[in-house]
Design a protein around this ligand. Structure first.
Ligand code: SF4
Ligand code: SF4
Length: 710
């Protein structure tokens, strides 16, 4: 009885039928009716675990770019803690980062130790809050040889120890009891070999709601001291509480062995239970399906290779869309990628971030002819991924002898990177001044990893050779007005390109509990902010609103209210309205935030709001909305995230003496697209000029300025 068809029929309704099957197959799987043995304390890593149930984390592929735990990582483990597990073993973690080597995996280094400490604090706090006691927290290791070094970092970060062993578990087989039998056999052998410390057995998941009976049987007979649950815990984070408090599991919440979490993991996507945690992972899974190669090739075949293609005209970088789409349809990834790179030095970053409804896809004739555009962005993403996989992404060439005085580019975001790369390509030496310690600008700092995978490999590919050849120097920690002055740059360099972006969100007023969206997103991405209050308000208007809303939900907010004074059509973001179909996200358009309500200590209690009426079309596109008389009320909230749009920081403005600004407070530039400012030899591109437009728009401005400078 080992075929798949037999397996499909092998469903146990109750313990008696499982016992009969075990007897029939002469298996050695002890089953206990009484689960209370699983609630007994046990010594683990020098501490006393409150019960024998261990949540064993499996790779979540949701770490931040530097290997720090991301918001979804924190969410996953705090759910286990709330779910009553006495021991929590964090997924296998590396000690050395290998950028771009695979899916975003956890990596504990001195640079990420603070984020791991925040994870440990959040897990313990969740256990105390939900269960009134602590947990034993272990760090799993990707390489057992790292145990001593890992302990030196993990214990000060708040872990009780590291677990270098790979717990005994069954292999996925066609006959579930065989998995359990194998796992228990391995645990027995470990015990016989005189294992020091507690023995853990895993592999109970296939028994679904009867799994705790096998776990309790194994513990009661001394086969193991701990029962580990991997996928079972992922699907059913409250498993331990239900075992200990109700003495039973809900069959409908158990892992169904559908394999979707593994498919996400193999694709390098954030992995979780697609069925029981559909709100988070359902959309990730749908996106993975969206990017299937076979589907995209069929879609690419719909491109009509139009003359004077409107999609190309609507792409700020002017990518020859039909050329790369048809090359992809013909299976020529190398040609497709070459077309992309010719016009856009960062095509992969753009494939994640382009607001295509407003750009290439918005102009595609297929929308009119067939009801939907050619999915240009998805095809672009597939081309970039395939090019990387097939080793077709080659470092940009560097001319042999850069000539003339160097050019200064201020700001290492997409506009600055594109400009610097293009200048080098045109034979100029470039000094790139970056305020932080990483290139990538706003996308790198704030956009959640679930929406934008690590951008460093693409940037390194573009700039690495230029840096090695000495044509490009990057100076870190350089901020205009603080460490460097515009006058000095003008004296030292042939030209100065200002690409420092806009970082200041429009604020509603002071309140403890109000935060600007960029800070909020950056803290979440770095793993510094690991939780939010139950009710969060997002003051929308800018591009960050949807990212902030998603992040607030991922950090545990039960209700996220997105407030916007205008209509959905006016909302300036790149998300889709269907994102609001998930529970807990409430889009309140025609609702204007007026101010904060605080308590005597200045802490946020809520937001004063007023209903509005849609503005009139004659208002010149800005559509100001009128407030509804008596339409005021207060929306209670513990956190307000300001995402109403970006403006130039006054400190930066003060650091640009002699540079003219326009009526909107942005740097005024010549109308010819060159980025020339009112100061001779000074150019401006990106957010300073466009107020925070799309990444591809910023890249295009950077490229045009490079052309004007040379
Ligand atoms: S860069 Fe963006 S706008 Fe241009 S073709 Fe690609 S997806 Fe479309
Ligand atoms: S407009 Fe659409 S169909 Fe025409 S070339 Fe562009 S992607 Fe192809």
């Amino acid at each position: 009885m080992t075929g798949n068809a037999e397996r499909d029929r092998f469903v146990w309704a109750d313990l008696d039928r499982l016992r009969a099957e075990i007897r029939r197959m002469a298996l050695d799987i002890p089953l206990a009716d009484d689960l209370s043995v699983l609630g007994e304390p046990v010594a683990v890593a020098g501490r006393t675990a409150p019960n024998r149930l261990c949540a064993c984390g499996e790779a979540g592929c949701d770490a931040a770019g530097n290997g720090a735990p991301g918001p979804l990582t924190v969410r996953r483990y705090t759910r286990f803690a709330r779910g009553g597990f006495g021991v929590i073993r964090i997924e296998p973690t590396a000690l050395r980062a290998e950028p771009g080597a695979g899916p975003p995996a956890l990596c504990l280094t001195p640079a990420t130790a603070d984020a791991f400490a925040a994870l440990a604090r959040a897990v313990r706090a969740a256990a105390r809050e939900a269960c009134g006691r602590d947990v034993v927290l272990l760090l799993g290791l990707a390489d057992p040889a790292d145990a001593a070094e890992a302990e030196r970092l993990a214990v000060p970060a708040g872990f009780d120890g590291v677990d270098a062993a790979h717990p005994e578990r069954g292999e996925a087989s066609a006959y579930p009891p065989a998995d359990v039998q194998r796992a228990l056999q391995a645990a027995r052998e470990k015990r016989r070999a005189g294992a020091t410390g507690p023995v853990m057995a895993r592999g109970f998941t296939p028994l679904r709601h009867l799994a705790p009976h096998a776990a309790a049987g194994a513990v009661a007979e001394g086969v193991c001291d701990l029962a580990g649950f991997g996928r079972a815990a992922l699907a059913y984070p409250g498993l331990a509480r239900d075992v200990l408090e109700r003495g039973a599991l809900d069959p409908l919440r158990c892992c169904r062995a559908c394999g979707a979490c593994d498919r996400l993991r193999r694709a390098g996507e954030p992995a979780g239970c697609v069925l029981t945690d559909a709100e988070v992972y359902g959309s990730v899974y749908a996106r993975m399906h969206r990017f299937s190669d076979a589907r995209l090739r069929t879609e690419a075949g719909r491109c009509r290779v139009c003359a004077a293609p409107p999609c190309r005209a609507a792409c700020p970088a002017g990518i020859d869309v039909p050329a790369f789409v048809s090359a992809f349809a013909e299976g020529d990834v190398g040609r497709a990628y070459a077309v992309l790179r010719r016009a856009n030095p960062l095509p992969e970053m753009c494939s994640h971030l382009c607001p295509v409804g407003l750009q290439c896809e918005g102009a595609c004739v297929e929308t009119v002819l067939n009801g939907r555009p050619v999915p240009v962005r998805d095809i672009q993403a597939a081309v970039c991924r395939a090019a990387r996989r097939e080793g077709l992404v080659r470092p940009a060439a560097v001319p042999r002898a850069p000539a003339g005085r160097p050019v200064a580019v201020v700001g290492g975001g997409p506009a600055g990177i594109a400009c610097a790369a293009a200048l080098v390509g045109r034979g100029r030496r470039v000094v790139l001044l970056e305020g932080g310690d990483r290139l990538g600008g706003t996308p790198e700092r704030v956009i959640p990893a679930v929406r934008l995978p690590d951008v460093q490999p693409e940037i390194e590919n573009l700039l690495g050779a230029a840096r090695e050849a000495g044509a490009l120097e990057v100076r870190w920690g350089q901020t205009l007005g603080r460490t460097v002055r515009l006058e000095t740059l003008r004296r030292e360099f042939a030209a100065v390109v200002l690409a420092c972006g806009v970082w200041q969100e429009r604020a509603l007023g002071p309140a403890a509990g109000a935060v600007d969206a960029l800070t909020f997103l950056e803290e979440a991405k770095r793993g510094v902010r690991t939780s939010v209050p139950a009710r969060v308000v997002i003051l929308a208007g800018g591009d960050c609103a949807m990212d902030a809303a998603r992040t607030a939900r991922a950090l545990g907010a039960a209700d996220v209210f997105v407030l916007y004074a205008g209509t959905t059509a006016d909302l300036h973001w790149h998300g889709a309205a269907e994102e609001f179909r998930s529970t807990g996200l409430h889009l309140l358009t025609l609702t204007e935030p007026l101010g904060y309500v605080t308590d005597a200590a200045g802490r946020l209690q809520g937001v004063r709001i007023c209903r509005t009426l849609p503005g009139s079309a004659e208002a010149g596109g800005t559509r100001p909305c009128a407030r509804v008389p008596d339409g005021e009320s207060v929306l209670a909230a513990g956190l307000a995230v300001e995402a109403m749009g970006l403006e130039v920081d006054p400190a930066l403005r003060a650091a640009l003496p002699g540079v003219a600004f326009d009526a909107r407070g942005r740097v005024a530039v010549a109308g010819d697209g060159s980025g020339r400012t009112s100061l001779d030899g000074v150019y401006a591109v990106g957010g300073l000029v466009n107020g925070g437009a799309s990444v591809v728009q910023c890249i295009a401005e950077g490229l045009r300025a490079a052309e004007a400078v040379t």
